[in-house]
Design a binder for this molecule. Structure first.
Ligand code: NAD
Length: 322
């Protein structure tokens, strides 16, 4: 059986599938050549991450595909309903990357509090000639300890962010459409403690938070969760991190809020126009930027690969049985 992982696969997962008699290819094929490749190579299982799109046209063009696997959480790059109508199951690995995304959020938060993103941009050019001026400019940093983090979307990743934030001494409030956790478990060495967390309304979260982190899926109505009206209600000087989806925060509204000084800085890992984010975002010094690498750690890739292997092997067994 042929498996093609178009956005990469961990070496361990590849070896594990190969051991179990799958023939695996992992070289990336550009989107416009993918259908030809799949048909020519008689691919049975197509694995993608977020880059490759598996739209209706690709599904129609490749009648040999029997299973689609997405390494990661969101399925917005796959026409899942259409695939299922055609009898093609779609599997993903929702929990495997939560810790990695949460750690990136905390990294951005520390950076934003100490203006590391700004200092990093300027040190190469001015560090030798204007060291004292740069020191003066960036010496007015803040600590995370004692600040309030507002988490929007308290699912898998949101809760992991809360655990790390609590570990840093932050207070955590959250808002969510469905989740209603009263406490979360934080493990420190051999000890696990239950720490209360407070669910608040969106307006309360906006008013109380010194830092806000977004962890919602793409919304059915396509609207930003943080748009112009929400950004008008934030506590002055807030910092915001978006590792959810490009559309989760309105990019125009964010730039305006930064310009008007309501938002002191923000971190973006995801962009509306991926993979070609707007130039004005990239050139905004108050933004800490990363190229959609939330889930991209060795550990998460390993877990994604292992989980996909389990899913593929279980699917093959059920296909053989039925
Ligand atoms: P999840 O389904 O576990 O949690 C999402 C939560 O958001 C749910 O509890 C849901 O009730 C809540 N929610 C939905 N709409 C809401 C709204 N309008 N207001 C408040 N709450 C709302 O998902 P997750 O695994 O935590 O993933 C969250 C997001 O992170 C997804 O968008 C996913 O695509 C993104 N993600 C990004 C990366 C990256 O590389 N940057 C990696 C993995 C996941």
């Amino acid at each position: 059986m042929r498996v093609h992982a178009n956005d990469g696969l961990s070496a361990q997962a590849k070896a594990s599938l190969t051991e179990q008699d799958f023939k695996v290819t992992t070289d990336h094929v550009p989107q416009d050549h993918l259908a030809d490749f799949i048909n020519k190579e008689r691919i049975d299982v197509l694995l993608v991450r977020s880059a490759t799109k598996v739209r209706r046209e690709l599904i129609d063009a490749c009648p040999g595909i029997k299973l689609i696997g997405r390494g990661g959480v969101g399925l917005d790059n796959i026409d899942v309903v259409y695939a299922k109508q055609k009898g093609i199951p779609v599997v993903n690995t929702p929990a495997s990357s939560s810790i990695s995304v949460a750690e990136l959020v905390i990294a951005h938060l520390f950076g934003l509090m100490r203006s590391l993103h700004k200092a990093n941009r300027r040190m190469p050019g001015e560090g030798r000639t204007h060291f004292k001026e740069l020191k003066k400019e960036y010496e007015k940093g803040f600590e995370l300890r004692g600040k309030t983090l507002g988490v929007i979307g308290f699912g898998r990743i949101g809760q992991w962010v809360a655990k790390y934030a609590l570990g840093c001494g932050m207070n955590v409030v959250y808002t969510d459409n469905h989740a209603t956790a009263e406490a979360i478990e934080v493990t420190i060495g051999p000890h696990t403690v239950r720490v209360p967390v407070k669910m608040v309304t969106m307006d309360e979260l906006l008013a109380q938070s010194d830092a806000i982190s977004l962890h919602v899926p793409s919304q059915k109505d396509g609207k930003a969760v943080l748009g112009t009206s929400e950004l008008k209600k934030v506590k002055a000087g807030v910092v915001i991190v978006n590792t959810a989806r490009g559309g989760s925060i309105d990019e125009d509204a964010l730039l305006m809020a930064i310009k008007e000084g309501r938002v002191r800085g923000a971190a973006l890992d995801v962009f509306t126009n991926e993979p070609e984010p707007r130039a004005d975002l990239l050139n905004e010094p108050n933004l800490s930027l990363s190229p959609h690498i939330g889930a991209a750690t060795a550990e998460a890739q390993g877990r994604v690969g292992d989980e996909l292997v389990d899913r593929i092997v279980a699917w093959r067994s059920s296909a053989v049985v039925s």
